[in-house]
Every structure is written in C-alpha cells, then in structure tokens.
Ligand binder design. Structure first.
Ligand code: GDP
Ligand code: IMO
Ligand code: MG
Length: 425
C-alpha cells in the first residue's frame, strides 16, 4: 500500500472507517489529520461493530501505529472513554501504538456549551452541527488562545488559558445566549485530573510520520467528514470548521505534500447528508425513504436520520479537482438493490446553462437543477461477490459510468459493511 490520503468525497459518512480499517492491514501507520468527535467511523469485523470518533480506524489491527495529528481537535474526555471501550474489548491502546500531537487543540466543556447554545439561539438558521464543540474549538485555535494537548504538561499554563477563555465564553453564554456560565476552577480540576492519562500519549507526530516514511513504512492519512463540508470549499456556511480536502493531510500532520503519494476518495453509491445545507439530488419521496431504510442511514455520532438522494457526479468531479483524487472506493452499492431505475446526476442546470462543476457563489448550489441520466437497476444479492466479474452486468455498467463521468478509477467496490465485503478492482 503506497502512502495514501483517504478522504470522504461527498458530505461525510461515505464509509471511510470501513475502508481505512481494511487498508490498515497492509499499512504501518494510520494518522487522523482533521476534525474531531463530530466524526463517527464505523468498522465491522469478525461479527462485531466498532464506532470510532477520535481514535484512528487502524486501531483494531494489532501493532499498527495510530496517531492523532495537529489538525485534529480532541475532546480528551471522549478520547479516554474511547480508550476504555477499546480496552474492554481487548484492543491495545497503550502509548506504544497510539499518539497525540503536542499541537493538537483540546475541546473543552465551554466549547461544547457554546456550540449548543449558539445552535439553539439560531432558531431558523441552524447549521445542524453535531454539538461536539468543534467550531468553537477551531475558533480558539485560529484566535490564538486555544489549549493544546502539550499544555497539559504545564498546569500553570493550562489553568491560565482556561480561566482567560472563560472570561469571554461566560460573557457570551450568560448575556447573549442566556445559558448557565461555567466555573474555571471546576473545569481546570477536571482537566488536570485526567492529564496524567493523556500526557503519556504526547508525540511529535510530524517526526513520527517522517521517520516511518524514511524507513519505507506505509502511512494512511485518515480524513473525517467530506470534501463538501470543507470550511473553504464546501457549501459554506453549512460546513464543518476544518479543511477536509486532501491537502490538510499535509498541514494537519506536519509533513510535506510530496509525502502524499495517492489520494483515495470514498464515495457512497448514492448521496447522503446530515444537517442543513443545499443538496441538489435529495429525494423527499419513497426512494429517499428506501435508501435510508436499506442503507441504515442514521448518524453514527448523533443518531440523526440522514438525508438521502441520488449519486451526484458533479459533486464527485469537484472532489476530484479539489483533492487530486487518484482513485475512488465506491461503497454501499448493495443498498441500491431492487430499485428498478438508478439515476445519476451528470451535470447541473444553473441560470439557463448546463454546467459540469458546482457554481461558486454562496448557497448557489441551492439554485441548481440536476440533469439526470437513468441506468437500469439490479435485483441480485451482491453482498457476497468477491470479484468484479461476479457483479451483475447492470452493476458493472453503473460503476463504469461513474468512472467515465469523474475520470477517476474505482479501485475498490464495497458490497457490505464487513471488512471482508470488499472487491479490489
Ligand atoms: P464514515 O463516517 O465515512 O466512516 O461512515 P459511517 O461509519 O458514518 O457510515 C457508513 C455506514 O455504512 C456504516 O454503518 C458502515 O458500517 C456502513 N457501510 C460501509 N460500507 C458499506 C457497504 O458497502 N454496504 C453497506 N450496506 N454498508 C456499508
Ligand atoms: P464523518 O467523519 C457527516 C456535519 C454536521 C453539520 C456540519 C457541521 O463521520 O463522515 P460540526 O459539528 O462539524 O460543526 O457540524 O457538519 N458533520 C458531519 N456529517 N459526517 C461527519 O463525519 C460529520 N461531521 C460533521 O452534521 O451539518
Ligand atoms: Mg460517519
């Protein structure tokens, strides 16, 4: 496995966890580079389901080094809960194989409180965040007042930062949002109580990745969310607060872009989105309900029902451009079984013109009309297929059409949630 960045090519929940887990078998290092516990990455292996929010999806493979990069925002309480859960299942989460960058910003209880208070305050214009404090934590990072994982080795610095943060946050919580203020000492005590469990994980992630690459080990960069939730290139303002494009693999771990040899985009065979924002191919009908039902489209983090719609090749084409995709993994194609017709959005109509890429203005995606192409469906059970040739003709045609529309090769086809239900093309 070459050094590979793995990103979601749509609006998240494409099956990144499954593919990262599968590819971890032939890799040595797995590093998360952005996002936080807004992510929910599901792995099914040996009859067991594991959902990871902060820890890289390579952790189930013994001996693989799993790292959390500087681009991630980490809730230390959630991290420890995840560590405990994995330990109960016999998974080694010791600092020998799990590391956190000194530079990773920490999500504090006041970030979570602000995230929730703001969403409640917004009434009609909610983003539909996961309420995990992601936005407020990244705001403190770029505002140069954030608490970083390395600060936990310096109790004076950590308590000063928490106290300073609360002067501002409590003003907002109390006076603007009408919520309860938080107590600096209580939070400092809670954080310092868990610090001895976090600090052994502190690592120079940039150095560890460089060292691994130089001795010929293979590295996977695990993205969270999806390209169209990117804070710059996504459907702003209905986005997350980090860069989700492949370039963040470099900045979010501290390694030159020339280390990233391949860029694998994970694309669902249809489209889903959680939270608010434009979604041109959304289906508010019985086909949408069918996809939600068959695909079990309920959030791995919040349990919210996911909005469902047809595959959008325009969205995928833009993901290919923004990320330099070298290949796709196409997931959940088994879910399309028994639909008589499969539609693919091949272009958009926008202000009377047919366009191949999304329009660039804010919320312009809400004004496009999809141009659909119809392909015949399939009724066969494909969940046990192991080779491309074993797939029904109509499934092969669907896959080939996506390749032609995006000019990106499909290297993996996933036909079920299990690690083993994957065709290598
Ligand atoms: P991630 O956030 O991109 O890791 O994706 P999620 O874990 O949030 O959502 C993907 C869901 O689809 C999970 O429940 C997976 O177990 C499941 N899944 C992944 N690949 C397939 C597939 O090929 N077929 C089916 N039926 N389910 C899949
Ligand atoms: P994974 O890694 C799907 C969405 C939220 C909301 C927007 C902003 O599992 O694919 P945030 O809490 O980040 O400020 O919310 O982004 N969102 C996701 N949607 N999958 C995710 O992660 C997501 N992480 C955030 O629903 O619309
Ligand atoms: Mg998810």
């Amino acid at each position: 496995m070459a050094n590979t960045v793995i990103i979601g090519a749509q609006w998240g929940d494409e099956g990144k966890g499954k593919i990262v887990d599968m590819l971890s078998a032939s890799s040595d290092v797995i590093v998360r580079f952005q996002g936080g516990n807004n992510a929910g990455h599901t792995i099914e292996a040996n009859g067991k389901q594991t959902i990871l929010h902060t820890i890289p999806s390579g952790i189930l493979h013994p001996g693989k080094l799993c790292l959390i990069g500087n681009g991630v925002v980490l809730d230390p309480f959630v991290f420890l809960k995840e560590v405990d859960g994995l330990n109960e299942n016999g998974i080694d989460t010791s600092p020998r194989r799990l590391g956190i960058s000194y530079k990773t910003h920490l999500i504090m209880p006041y970030h979570v409180a602000l995230d929730k208070a703001r969403e409640a305050y917004k009434a009609g214009s909610k983003i539909g965040t996961t309420g995990r404090g992601i936005g407020p934590c990244y705001e403190d990072k770029v505002g140069r007042v954030g608490l970083r994982a390395g600060d936990l080795t310096n109790p004076d610095l950590a308590s000063r930062k928490i106290a300073a943060a609360l002067v501002e946050k409590n003003f907002l919580l109390k006076n603007l949002y009408g919520s309860e203020p938080l107590d600096a000492k209580t939070i400092t005590d809670q954080v310092m109580a868990i610090a001895p469990r976090i600090t052994p994980y502190l690592t120079d992630v940039s150095g560890a990745v460089q060292e691994s690459v130089l001795i010929g080990k293979d590295v996977l960069w695990e993205g969270a969310q999806g390209v169209h939730l990117d804070v710059d290139h996504g459907t702003y303002p209905y986005v997350t607060s980090s860069n989700t494009v492949s370039g963040c693999g470099s900045t979010g771990t501290g390694i030159g872009p020339n280390y990233l040899q391949q860029v694998l985009g994970i694309a669902k065979a249809y489209t889903t989105r959680v939270g608010a924002g434009p979604f041109p191919t959304e289906l508010d009908d019985k086909t949408g309900a069918f996809l939600r039902e068959q695909g079990h489209e309920f959030g791995a983090t919040t349990g919210r029902p996911r909005r469902c719609g047809w595959l959008d090749a325009v969205v995928l084409r833009e993901s290919a451009r923004l990320c330099g995709l070298t290949q796709f993994a196409l997931t959940k194609i088994d879910v399309l079984r028994n639909l008589p017709i499969l539609k693919i959005c091949v272009d958009y109509m926008y202000k009377g013109h047919r366009i191949e890429y999304p329009p660039q203005g804010e919320n312009a995606l809400a004004e496009v009309t999809p141009v659909y192409e119809e392909l015949p469906g399939f009724t066969e059970d494909i969940s046990h297929c192991k080779h491309m040739e074993a797939l029904p003709y109509n499934v092969q045609k669907y896959i080939q059409r996506i390749e032609a529309l995006t000019q990106v090769r499909i290297a993996y086809v996933s036909v079920g949630p299990d690690r083993d239900q994957t065709i290598i093309c």
